[in-house]
Design a protein around this ligand. Structure first.
Ligand code: HEC
Length: 90
């Protein structure tokens, strides 16, 4: 479960961007139980960035994400998506 949150920061690029730790509060559950906040580990950075953009602009609805997403700029969303998403989902 912790693997969702902590990738060993082997390279400087891997330092979590601002705000990333707050996402883990709700998105940490990557177990077999389909939790309401979806596991982000099997999303690609593009999928995460698209979802956050859609929440931010109001084209996608949700309970909490629209409010959260509005707090980030596009650059911050991109950085979060790169950090949280896995390039090669299974
Ligand atoms: C308060 C709990 C909470 C926090 C904190 C939170 N999320 Fe979410 N997230 C949710 C829930 C619940 C959903 C399902 C949509 C909804 O109801 O808003 C969701 C959905 C998503 C999705 C869409 C996944 C998909 O493809 O269906 C993405 C991407 C996402 N969150 C990213 C983030 C990021 C990035 C952060 C940190 C900035 C974050 N979330 C913080 C609860 C949370």
């Amino acid at each position: 479960m912790l693997l969702c949150l902590v990738g060993a920061p082997a390279v400087a690029d891997d330092v979590p961007p601002p705000g990333a730790s707050s996402c883990a509060v709700c998105h940490a559950a990557c177990g077999p139980v389909p939790a309401a906040p979806p596991c982000l580990r099997n999303r690609t950075p593009d999928q995460i960035a698209e979802a956050l953009d859609a929440y931010r602009t109001g084209t996608r609805t949700g309970t909490v994400m629209p409010y959260l997403a509005k707090g980030f700029s596009r650059e911050e969303i991109r950085a979060l998506a790169e950090h949280l998403g896995q390039a090669a989902p299974r």
